[in-house]
Design a protein around this ligand. Sequence first.
Ligand code: ATP
Ligand code: MG
Length: 421
Amino acid sequence: MNDILPEETPAWRFLEATLADLLTEYGYREIRLPLLESTELFRRSIGEVTDIVEKEMYTFADRNGDSVTLRPEGTAGCVRAAAQHGLLRESVQRLWYRGPMFRHERPQKGRLRQFHQFGAEVFGLPGPDIDAEMLAMTDRLWRRLGIHDALELELNSLGTPESRAAYRAALVAYLSEYRAELDEDSQRRLDTNPLRILDSKAERTQVLLADAPALADHYDDESRRHFAGLRERLDTAGVRYRINPRLVRGLDYYGKTVFEWTSDRLGAQATACAGGRFDGLIEQLGDRPTPAIGFGIGLERLLLLLQATGGAESVDRGLPDAYLVAADAVAATALPVAERLRDAVPDLRLQCHCGGGSLKSQLKRADRSGAAFALILGEEEAGSGSLTLKYLREDRPQQRLALEEAAAVLGRECAAARRCV
Ligand code: ATP
Ligand code: MG
């Protein structure tokens, strides 16, 4: 589990703010959910025979002996909350959330045990129009973050439950003939979760899959109509995608549309955003049948992309605009002067020197702080209600200014000088 250090938080805040703003522009509202849920919720929604439930959850008994789990993903809790608070009774819900998720995996680049997701879910819309809008929204998101060129949309349809059942039978019949040649995981999955064999990485299994029956050949009318409707809308909106017939996703609750945004800049952990439609889940959890679709973005992987494409260098690092230094004899007046400046320039980022020392050493600190201006409060300045403003990043003469004038200059120049280095 990772610490996120002060050098890294500006890029995180940039990502989080950009995502939240964009989702708001599309009419989504934020929901905040607990990190801990009953284990049962995840077992029932994610599915017993999935990587997450089989081997990745942080599960323990609380003081009452109830089994609880640190959330490994956000959809289950979001559905639980929406059902519990009657949100599903209202016509349509567009929701987003973000925060840490927990999975006991082997930590490596792009894979952590506490990682962060930004997720969105829409409840109450059955048609492909919302699927298309959601994908157009993520497409715009990458553009806004400047990482669009590094990502590709992979798309598939798992079809309706009926067509999936027909396909499942055909796939099992075919693969059973080669059972002994399958990798160990796939042999196990043949009995429990055969569709997951499609994304096996084992070479021999891959070869066998090349001649396996295709999911698309088993779509019923409804599956075909939905998928065609989605593709048509993406085409007219200019959202590019690649059909990946092997894309099945690891969670049990998906049906019809599934998608992943992947990148060749991320190494082995290539998926930055993944999601799909889960029309059956809410009913399966005991509430009224409600169509639903959602996605989760792995923020650590998005950050890696931002770094790989150079976008992380231009985020606001939150450096001070100005650094106030004061001569020893008048040090006690620094605080009221600073507070008056803060009153006059509401968003001013002003760092006040604390801890004394010579003006020379204080000015060194001012320089190291990254501030654009040093504000010098010497004995003369203090006596006349003024400040000396020194430009730290530009070759301009310093000027002595009355406090009000100094405030006016800072108000004018700070935003412009707020360097994004
Ligand atoms: P993967 O194939 O990488 O294991 P997944 O299918 O398990 O991913 P999802 O459950 O779909 O992942 O989660 C959505 C997104 O969350 C992923 O696409 C990825 O960006 C991110 N993610 C998942 N697990 C981790 C992890 N352990 N560390 C960092 N990010 C993760
Ligand atoms: Mg995983």
